[in-house]
Design a binder for this molecule. Structure first.
Ligand SMILES: NC(=O)c1ccc[n+]([C@@H]2O[C@H](COP(=O)([O-])OP(=O)(O)OC[C@H]3O[C@@H](n4cnc5c(N)ncnc54)[C@H](O)[C@@H]3O)[C@@H](O)[C@H]2O)c1
Length: 208
């Protein structure tokens, strides 16, 4: 039975199943692709935008449809996840206008860098109760005490901790070891692509 004073029932906690929700993603690089892979079993409708389209075979494997224009993708999504780097083009990209193109009730998840979003525009949108924001990254970091995201409603922010799991520490140490070993052996750098942006730089770099 239900715990004393509590009622069983789906009523107030009713939520839509993830499988029914279209999710959109901006930036389908290493992290973006891993996220798409992990979402696929839930049967979500997956859309992605990236300045570079992934190849057809991988697109089919991921089960994600490419959107040429990010502005055309945003109104279709219940959840929007940002996974692109901070560059001159992406700085402040998610501003008042972009956020206004999103659905009412959208959840925006920024895993990339705080500065790809306009701080005040996000805070205003969350205050309207039609937008919710989650994510791990802030601008600036550490966030000052009066940062608007600390006080906005409808947020589920973390203080840039998502990359520091025990598993990530172990794989980072392993990568350091592999790189040192490869250098000492005179071979290419196995992890060199981790430090480069863009698809053209993803091949191991030979050491002279
Ligand atoms: N929260 C964290 O702890 C954490 C950890 C790692 C990385 N990150 C952030 O996530 C970002 C992505 O990491 P990654 O390893 O997947 O990088 P990546 O370089 O593999 O992928 C980035 C993707 O973004 C795309 N892109 C670049 N500019 C774009 C634009 N203007 N519009 C649309 N797409 C664009 C690129 O084509 C690429 O496919 C990093 O740059 C970093 O800022 C955050």
């Amino acid at each position: 039975g239900a715990p004393p004073g509590r009622r069983w029932g789906a009523g107030p906690r009713r939520r839509r199943a993830p499988g029914l929700r279209p999710g959109g993603q901006d930036g389908a690089g290493r992290i973006g692709r891993l996220l798409l892979q992990r979402l696929k079993p839930f049967g979500c409708t997956l859309l992605y935008h990236d300045r570079l389209r992934v190849d057809a075979a991988l697109e089919e494997e991921l089960g994600a449809a490419f959107e040429e224009e990010v502005d055309a993708m945003l109104p279709k999504c219940d959840v929007v996840v940002l996974n692109m780097p901070l560059t001159d083009k992406t700085r402040g990209m998610f501003d008042k206008e972009k956020i206004a193109k999103m659905k009412r009730g959208v959840i925006i998840v920024n895993n990339a860098r705080g500065a790809v979003m306009d701080t005040q525009a996000v805070a205003d949108a969350c205050r309207s109760a039609h937008r919710r924001a989650g994510g791990d990254v802030w601008y600036p970091q550490p966030a000052p005490k009066d940062h608007p995201w600390r006080y906005m409603p409808n947020n589920a922010m973390t203080p840039h901790i998502s990359g520091i799991t025990i598993d990530a520490q172990v794989s980072r140490s392993l990568l350091c070891f592999q790189v040192r070993y490869a250098v000492l052996q005179g071979a290419g750098l196995p992890g060199a692509q981790l430090h480069c942006q863009g698809r053209q730089a993803r091949q191991p770099v030979p050491v002279k």
